[in-house]
Design a protein around this ligand. Structure first.
Ligand code: ADP
Length: 559
């Protein structure tokens, strides 16, 4: 028997309709060099309609890719709605990538138009010409009025002029929920960027899930500050979630790495919830400790979503002390990205609360996770059997975009099917799952250190090092070793000039087995970061891969 309910497709048009009908008085505030630009959602929706009309006039057809090269802003938000809702595909590009990679991505995705923030126009000019791009539109991100974009790039169109000339009435086409809504390429931490194609359905379900109290608990009462860039997995999908529920937005513009600007935005907009990678939050804590940021400015902030790389205990505790709850989440570009969230179940006893908050969490509703061992066995949930983390669910990728492959479905070696025919994404992350279902990530497959046949988690060592008072940053990499195959080497940024190698190695020896203690420490001025603020271990491996270790802490055969 079939259900007898209405078959309404889940498309992002729902988000535009809802925010226009119900939350027109709520606002998006954008930090510019001049000050804060505020716009009501009813204004946004009116402009979104004009933008859709303008895109049509520029020849954009359903399925065409429209690129953005921009920071978090009201303009970028308008593109988030107009492009998918008129049937085209929003493709967000990361302006911090090397120019040749940007060119490769735009070419690979077959972008037809590019919307560029004036402040990154110089970076766009470095990009080799992309054959398919018909026009570039410049958006002013420097002034409150938002009207000085014209003339920044030769032959470029001006965003405001484009909207002014467009019709304010536009009939939204009927879309299929399976149609592509947006594209995003991985940030390339472990290799060349790979393209993902999100559907309308996956985007809507992902936004809805973010609203669940046991996920990110976003509600109409919130003011959300997404610091994670809109080009980094759609700012973790938070703008769509905020619009769907009517939460106001505060956008940092190009000031996402500037703690004083962020604190001012929090104070002026009454931000209640924010999202960013650990590096950003460490920057905020350091600015507070250095007296550059007054913590009173953060008093409206209730919670922080943090992920993208492991959240160290020192960071959680630093924000606990400020009365701000940091919630760890795990995800990937391939998972839209919300995968797991570390909220505490009521059944977790108090003495395990901190350890549980430091896990990557339990899967969001409708997702399932499992760990598969090297010998292809599904691991028991015992907190100790490790293997590759796999995930399945309605907003998990089923293929990578490859225009050469049949139906564009590439990367099939990264997916597997179980006996019931269910598809699982192989994440490339190594993890254990405990009896309560919490996933603990040990490493990326490519970062693990294999010493004498046993694995050593670099994430665990890094978290311990960062918890040390005299350490600011730490990244652990594998270094070749004649006897043990690989041994860990720690690259450490000092917080206190007096800290010594012996002191840190002795400290680690108190927390992990002796054979897991790194064989040496190199002190560095800074740990290199990727364009989205993660430790760039590729660079460290290149620099120290043939580092000569003097002696080894692995003299006791491991395992
Ligand atoms: P890239 O793959 O280029 O780094 P992504 O942003 O897709 O870009 O990164 C996803 C990866 O980031 C995950 O596979 C995982 O290794 C890491 N990651 C994300 N969240 C966490 C977290 N909370 N703890 C540890 N690692 C994380």
């Amino acid at each position: 028997m079939r259900g007898l309910m209405q078959d309404v497709g889940l498309t992002l048009q729902m988000v535009t309709e809802r925010v226009g009908e119900l939350y027109g008085d709520k606002t998006v505030a954008t930090k510019t060099a001049e000050g804060i630009r505020r716009r009501s959602y009813s204004d946004v929706v009116e402009r979104v309609t004009r933008l859709a009309a303008a895109l049509t006039q520029l020849g954009i057809k359903p399925g065409d890719r429209v690129g953005t090269f921009a920071w978090n802003s009201d303009h970028h938000l308008e593109l988030y709605l107009a492009v998918p809702c008129m049937g085209a595909v929003l493709h967000t590009l990361n302006p911090r990538l090397p120019a040749d990679q940007i060119g490769y991505i735009a070419e690979h995705a077959d972008d037809k138009l590019m919307f560029v923030d004036a402040s990154v126009a110089p970076a766009w000019q470095q990009v080799p010409p992309v054959a398919g791009i018909r026009a570039v539109v410049v958006m002013d991100d420097a002034t409150e009025a938002g009207r000085s974009g014209a003339g920044v790039l030769p032959d470029a169109l001006d965003y405001e002029a484009l909207l002014d000339s467009a019709d304010a009435s536009f009939a939204w086409p009927r879309l299929d929920e399976g149609d592509a809504a947006a594209m995003c390429y991985t940030s390339g931490t472990t290799g060349m960027p790979k393209g993902l194609v999100y559907s309308h359905r996956s985007s809507v379900l992902h936004a809805m899930a973010s609203l669940f109290v046991d996920c990110l608990a976003l509600s109409e009462r919130d003011v959300l500050l997404p610091i994670v860039p809109q080009f980094h997995v759609n700012a973790w999908g938070t703008p769509y979630a905020a619009l769907l529920t009517g939460a106001s937005l505060a956008m940092p513009g190009r000031f996402m790495a500037d703690p004083p600007s962020l604190a001012t935005l929090v104070a002026e907009e009454g931000v209640t919830v924010s999202a960013a990678v650990p590096t950003v939050w460490f920057g905020v804590l350091q600015a507070i400790r250095a007296g550059v940021v007054d913590p009173a400015k953060l008093s409206s902030l209730q919670r922080i979503v943090c992920g993208g790389s492991a959240v160290p205990e020192a960071l959680l505790r630093g924000f606990d002390d400020l009365g701000i709850r940091m919630i760890q989440a795990w995800g990937m570009t391939e998972t839209s990205p919300l995968g797991t969230v570390a909220n505490l179940k009521t059944t977790i006893p108090e003495d395990r609360a901190m350890a549980t908050r430091l896990t990557q969490g339990i899967p969001a509703p409708s997702l399932r996770v499992r760990v598969v061992t090297d010998d292809e066995q599904v691991a028991p949930w015992n907190g100790s059997t490790m293997g590759e983390l796999q995930i399945t669910g309605p907003w998990i990728a089923d293929a990578y975009y490859d225009p050469q492959a049949p139906q564009g479905r590439g990367g099939q070696d990264r997916f597997t099917e179980d006996e019931s025919g269910r598809r699982w994404l192989k994440t490339g992350d190594v993890a254990v799952i405990d009896a309560d279902g919490y996933v603990q990530l040990l490493d990326r497959t490519s970062d693990l250190v294999k010493s004498g046949g046993e694995w050593i988690s670099t994430v665990e060592l890094e978290n311990l090092l960062i918890a040390h008072d005299k350490v600011r940053e730490a990244a652990v990499i594998a270094v070749a070793h004649a006897k043990w195959g690989e041994r860990p080497l720690a690259c450490v940024v000092k917080a206190d000039a007096s800290v010594t190698t012996d002191e840190l190695l002795a400290y680690l020896g108190e927390h992990v087995a002796r054979w897991q203690v790194p064989d040496d420490i190199v002190f560095v001025d800074e740990v290199p970061k990727t364009t989205v603020g993660k430790f760039d271990k590729k660079v460290l491996r290149k620099r120290y891969g043939d580092y000569q270790l003097q002696s080894s802490n692995a003299e006791l055969p491991p395992g």
